[in-house]
Design a protein around this ligand. Structure first.
Ligand SMILES: *Cc1c(COP(=O)(O)O)cnc(C)c1O
Length: 229
């Protein structure tokens, strides 16, 4: 299967899941996760009409962005080390992975210096999984007002990465918990928080049924990654 064919299939699956949930395909943004894949593969996806890409490593993002057309939108979906913030901010359409108050404050300060107002998501560890980055649920509830006060950050919503489960139905509760947390934060803060970034190759349909507005899909589009290469 070509990248173009894979994209078409994923788009159809997104449309089906959206319809099933009484939503429309326009409610869901497909972030094509191109990590580990060369720019030639990204170019193939662009050719097929895909414009939004996700990378999880800053270094890879910095290498790829200058090689690709300006019209593309790049999302950082992996952990951001604070010493990389200054380089990343001018290149990113959205940072999905703000996972601490300290990082949020640091991005806010540097965005102010660069005269930018980056769109960011708060990554939440809804499963309280020790192996994952993200705010614990209790912390995000405590800190939300202060985070929303940061003037140079446009906090658009929440993101989560649950641990892999063979059966996508088993991650469903984590997706619904993220949605419920968002609703709760909207109630207490009065802010919109429209974005829910959740769902990957093998569970994005379930995530869409639970309200995902952004799905981050890599291997279903580009193929299985080979980290040892
Ligand atoms: C790699 C990655 C994805 C995409 O994973 P696939 O299973 O290949 O679709 C999504 N989100 C994050 C944070 C990732 O690191």
């Amino acid at each position: 299967m070509s990248i173009a064919e894979n994209l078409k299939r994923v788009q159809n699956q997104i449309a089906d899941a959206a319809t099933k949930a009484g939503r429309t395909v326009d409610d869901v943004t497909l972030v094509a996760v191109s990590k580990t894949w060369p720019v030639s593969d990204i170019a193939e996806a662009v050719e097929a009409g895909q414009l939004v890409f996700g990378e999880n490593k800053v270094q890879e993002l910095l290498e790829k962005v200058p090689q690709m057309p300006d019209a593309l939108e790049w999302h950082l979906i992996g952990h951001l080390q604070s010493n990389k913030t200054r380089k990343v901010l001018p290149l990113c359409g959205m940072i999905h992975s703000v996972d601490s108050v300290k990082l949020a404050q640091q991005i806010d300060r540097i965005a102010g210096e660069l005269d930018l107002r980056p769109k960011v998501l708060l990554q939440v560890n809804v499963a309280n999984d020790d192996a994952k980055f993200g705010f614990p649920v209790g912390v995000v509830k405590e800190e939300i007002e202060g985070l929303l006060d940061l003037e140079n950050l446009s906090i658009e919503g929440l993101m989560t990465v649950p641990a892999y489960q063979e059966d996508p139905e088993e991650v469903k509760p984590f997706f619904s918990r993220l949605r419920e947390l968002r609703d709760e934060l909207v109630d207490v803060s009065g802010f919109g928080l429209p974005v829910l970034s959740m769902g990957m190759s093998h569970d994005f349909s379930v995530a869409i049924e639970e309200g995902a507005t952004h799905v981050r899909v890599g291997s279903s589009i580009f193929g299985a990654r080979n980290y040892s290469a």
